[in-house]
Design a protein around this ligand. Sequence first.
Ligand code: NI
Length: 254
Amino acid sequence: MIWDTHAHLDDKQFKADRDIVLQRAREAGITTIVNIGHSEATSKESVELATKYPSLFYATVGIHPHDAKDCNDQTWILLERLAQNPKVIAWGEIGLDYYRDLSPRDVQRKVFIQQLELAKESGLPVVIHNRDAHGDILKIIKENPTGTGGVFHSYSGSWEMAKELLKIGYYLSFSGPLTYKNSRHTVEVAGKMPEDRFVVETDCPYLTPEPYRGKRNEPAYVREVVSKIAEIRGITFEKVAHLSTENAQKLFRI
Ligand code: NI
């Protein structure tokens, strides 16, 4: 039993062979996939996937910082309506991306804060995307507590930052980059984090783990992330799979 807590199976890269990919996931022991919305369209598609495959999927709704510039009042009406669907278990992915800067930073911050408020109202945990925005992210989540908890997806920050996040109740999610050669900081965090505060994900079709790097990512490959954590912590694959599943169920209140 393994949860892939962050996937984008609605992506057009899965259009031709989605059912085969899902079959491989089941065969690899992936029992649950959380499909993550990042725009109006993909939030809708995530809910559609969770409706079509109810035994395998849950969904989230949210606007990614890349898409923050395209939001208006209609966006929030749509997302609030989608969030009422019982298959929607979190709000996200939301946050700040100062690496690609595809929306102006002040707009990113405004849209992030708006969605923390909506998550609070909806009673949903948050899925957070952070790239090169550590200081502002920490400040904003401390100033705007949702009371619902949440997860930092594909965590790649320092152990110092991780300690701050753990202190205020957040979970950390590990993905393919943990398996890369230059992942020294992430390996340190994966080794030191408490065993009850982490989950695993693919972020597929992106962030493909070794030894598949260079290919399209898919849920079955989350096993490589589980293996890597087991190796780092000196515990069994089964133990990591079990812990990450238990943690995902607590995080998303399933
Ligand atoms: Ni993602």
